[in-house]
Design a protein around this ligand. Sequence first.
Ligand code: GLU
Length: 349
Amino acid sequence: MRKTGSTLLVLVAVVLMAACGGNPPAATSVPATAVPTAVMAGETPTAMMAAESPTAMMAAESPTAMMAAETPSAVMTATTGPAADTSLAAIKQRGKLIAGVKYDVRIFGYLNPETNKVEGFDVDLAKAVAKRIFGDENAVEFQEAISANRIPYLNEGKVDVIFSTMTANEDRAKQIEFSDTYYVAGQSLLVPVNSTITSVKDLAGKKVGTVSGSTSEKNIRAFAPEATVELFSKYGEAVQAMDAGRVDVVTTDDIILLGFAKDAPDKFKVVGGQFTQEPYAAGIKKGNTELLAEVNGAIRDLISSGEYATLYKKWIGSDPASTPPQDWREVYKTAPVIPTAMPVATGTP
Ligand code: GLU
């Protein structure tokens, strides 16, 4: 009886570990190139599916798990095997950079179904880092990194660097390194064109869709405590739910929402201005200062050569009003742009 009990326990542990995306204890070292999700064309739908590993899904499905997914302890429980080596030396030896980007966010990281390639500002920045390290902007493989799995992916060594509309903040900086700021967004609202909602102050009793593991989730709970927050794992899913009438509004960074509004201007509009500051920076594993220096070198070179302004114009659709402050902490010292009930500009490509 006792034996059956312990056998059962072992079985349960194995099943749980598998569900958490853990590697069997026998695996002693998993080079990044051998990580199952590190599929070469990270730009294919297969890679997308792979990126939604049980780890990501579990984390994405409950708010508690989601919040936990960003804490070091949750990362530890999700990782039973040793993390793959993402040091600069290992990246050079591998011959390519592995970058985590969004796949459903136009303007920053989008898997274009026509080309079957990922594209966007974040994608181009990752290519610039590959060019700096290898002299070849194509020496980069992309993995889909949704909001909830960005930090776990870095800690597990699934990706070397995250360029995934990621806000740098003190909480996250305890867990990973952040590069220089490369864009400053602000949280806003996407609503159906006929909606009467014009500001974050109009959300009492409304259903608000957003994504687990995002700053948007935390912020909206603070800014609209009387709203009901519905969590999704990706922004595209939240927008689909709004289209089907299951939520009244979708909230996240204005530049992400603008991409959805631009896709369907007859259905959606962005309202409410910016009610937070969201400085975007690349994420790198804690302590990986050599890679951090390369990422910062690439961003600084882009800015000084004028290439940053070209990329900004290509993706954001206008000239940058100013260069973002190198240190993301500086961004929080300035007030967000709050034209309360004003729609933000729609000049996207
Ligand atoms: N920039 C915010 C964040 O990093 C919201 C957008 C996102 O989830 O990627 O949480």
